[in-house]
Ligand binder design. Structure first.
Ligand SMILES: NC(=O)c1ccc[n+]([C@@H]2O[C@H](COP(=O)([O-])OP(=O)(O)OC[C@H]3O[C@@H](n4cnc5c(N)ncnc54)[C@H](OP(=O)(O)O)[C@@H]3O)[C@@H](O)[C@H]2O)c1
Length: 248
């Protein structure tokens, strides 16, 4: 009983710390009239579940896509409007070369090194932001997760009290740092915080915004719908400089 109470206190303290550390969603008025749709996109994390959806759906929408990947054989998409660039997001020069000439960047960066502290997400994102600044690339749409900043607790009880504090504390610290970097940057950013990801199909509709998610139940959304929502943010200012939760 004491152990359970101690553990619950730890989970609550961790959630509170992530909430305090994370940036708060805020709504910034849109910057002027209707924006021009970008046409050249860089997709980071393109060989991952969401990344592949981003690549396929972006090509379907007619974008000219560059995918930054560590291993091109893992992408297996062939399209005349797709350029695959090999590189690691932690390699500043590789990121700079990939960002040059783009109109926008979408990041679906992630990894599975959960059990020790890493800074892959935050350092990789720092490189992206630096390159965007250097080359005047205006817009970043960055995938993070529900449970960060003012969405703490919104992945449901199981994630709040078990998965995040036991399996993912280091990962969430890094994701929180990643969000802070994005929110502190001068680019036009949109953070997209999905619920638990599935490989299901695209429904084309989801709940989104500050109040997406549930404090009680585990909430989900498919990678296909996350990609769809992320691509919609390229030409919309609804969530400009805001973190939007997304779930079914
Ligand atoms: N799983 C969930 O339920 C869940 C819920 C909410 C949010 N999220 C977050 O959503 C994001 C996307 O998740 P996902 O499962 O769709 O993606 P994923 O399959 O984990 O893919 C991550 C991508 O990041 C790339 N990557 C990792 N380290 C890299 C590096 N150093 N340089 C370049 N690329 C690198 C991977 O490349 P390689 O193929 O070379 O490894 C891969 O393309 C992640 O941040 C994840 O934490 C996940």
């Amino acid at each position: 009983m004491t152990l359970l109470l101690s553990f619950m206190s730890y989970a609550i303290v961790l959630s509170a710390a992530l909430a305090r550390m994370g940036h708060r969603s805020h709504t910034t008025p849109s910057s002027g009239g209707p924006r021009q749709n970008p046409s050249r996109l860089l997709i980071v994390g393109a060989t991952g579940g969401t990344g592949r959806q981003l690549v396929t759906q972006a090509l379907e929408r007619g974008y000219v896509v560059t995918a930054l990947v560590r291993d091109p054989s893992r992408l297996q998409v062939d399209h005349p409007q797709l350029t695959v660039t090999q590189g690691d997001v932690l390699d500043e020069a590789a990121v700079e070369a990939a960002v040059r000439g783009q109109d926008a960047v979408l990041s679906a960066l992630g990894h599975k090194r959960f059990f020790y502290p890493t800074r892959i997400l935050s350092e990789g994102t720092r490189n992206i932001l630096r390159a965007m600044d250097t080359h005047g690339v205006p817009r970043l749409v960055c995938q993070t997760s529900l449970g960060i900043g003012d969405s703490a607790g919104r992945m449901g009880l199981y994630y709040t009290f078990f998965v995040i504090p036991v399996i993912l504390p280091f990962y969430f610290w890094d994701k929180t740092r990643q969000e802070r970097m994005v929110a502190g940057s001068d680019v036009e950013w949109v953070i997209v915080r999905p619920a638990v990801l599935t490989n299901g199909g695209k429904r084309g509709r989801c709940r989104h915004g500050r109040h997406a998610g549930s404090f009680l139940l585990t909430v989900r959304i498919s990678r296909a719908d996350v990609a769809d929502f992320m691509l919609n943010q390229l030409a919309s200012d609804t969530y400009l400089r805001t973190a939007a939760g997304v779930c079914w």
